[in-house]
Design a protein around this ligand. Sequence first.
Ligand code: ADP
Ligand code: F6P
Length: 319
Amino acid sequence: MKRIGILTSGGDAPGMNAAIRAVTRTALYKGMEVVGIRRGYNGLLHGDTFEMNARSVSSIIQRGGTLLYTARCPEFKEEAGVLKGVEACHELGIEGLVVVGGDGSYRGAGDLSRHGIACVGLPGTIDNDISSTDFTIGYDTAMNTVMELVDKLRDTSHSHDRCSVVEVMGRGAGYIAVNTALACGAVEVLCPEKPYDLNAIIEKMQASRKLGKQNFIIVVAEGIGHSQEIAKEIEEKTGIESRATILGHVQRGGSPTVRDRVLASRMGNYAVNLLEQGIGNRVVGVRGDKLVDYDIQEALQMKKPFDDDLYDLTQVISI
Ligand code: ADP
Ligand code: F6P
């Protein structure tokens, strides 16, 4: 394979730039040409592409966001859009494509692969909700951002003897919520994978208050939502002043952690190695510390287990 493309798709994630850099530099090292495609599949369909060289990816490893921009492209969910994409790849002389994104982006990559464009997907999302990998690019940075922000909230919560209800991202998944709850010493974590009983939480808080606990952090996953209402109900039933904070998109930004930069660099390199051998219709993941790859359709069928032990630990040490 002599010429490949790269795009980022879906929600951005810190470390996407490190992946773009690794793909570009590995390909150039191997004598391949690289086409940068802007704004996900949109760039492919509407000719928003450019030739990349070693300097195109200078000084981006430390930056959040994505040099290639990202977008959602509804047109690509239709067969006509996919066929247009295949045509665009032929016109651009692209034989292989690296797609950095989530499950939706993987589906698009699978569709292109079906039509003979060798695609390799890299898991780029802060949510860690991709079953074919233990860790996604951006997840570690997002959790560290949440931890830093919740630590700040704790300062003010402590000063006022308050309860802080903090809503964190994760779409339908509670991975960010459970890990940051543990890391921030939250008294409770509400996530979609586990049923919860607000009255039981309130009783637990009242008991803890009697034992001298003055301030409380409750982490709520985005998939549960209703943080304002939860804070209001807690305040009404316990008399403990409560405030809700929805952290929002700050969680998607910032300079990637070492872990995300290294993971993204390794995965980017691995993707190009696959394409060099003419292997497509694959996604890259990490199991333990080992990089692996799977057939895209197989990967999309996988289920990711929820870490019950970690959740149980948040309950044990939060009294
Ligand atoms: P993520 O990749 O983060 O899961 P989305 O689900 O928004 O994000 O998908 C990103 C993009 O991938 C979509 O805007 C669309 O262009 C493409 N995509 C999503 N689902 C499909 C599908 N079923 N078939 C083809 N392309 C898809
Ligand atoms: O998938 C990443 C994510 O940040 C989710 O946690 C969140 O639900 C969603 O994207 C928000 O998407 P948007 O960028 O469209 O607001």
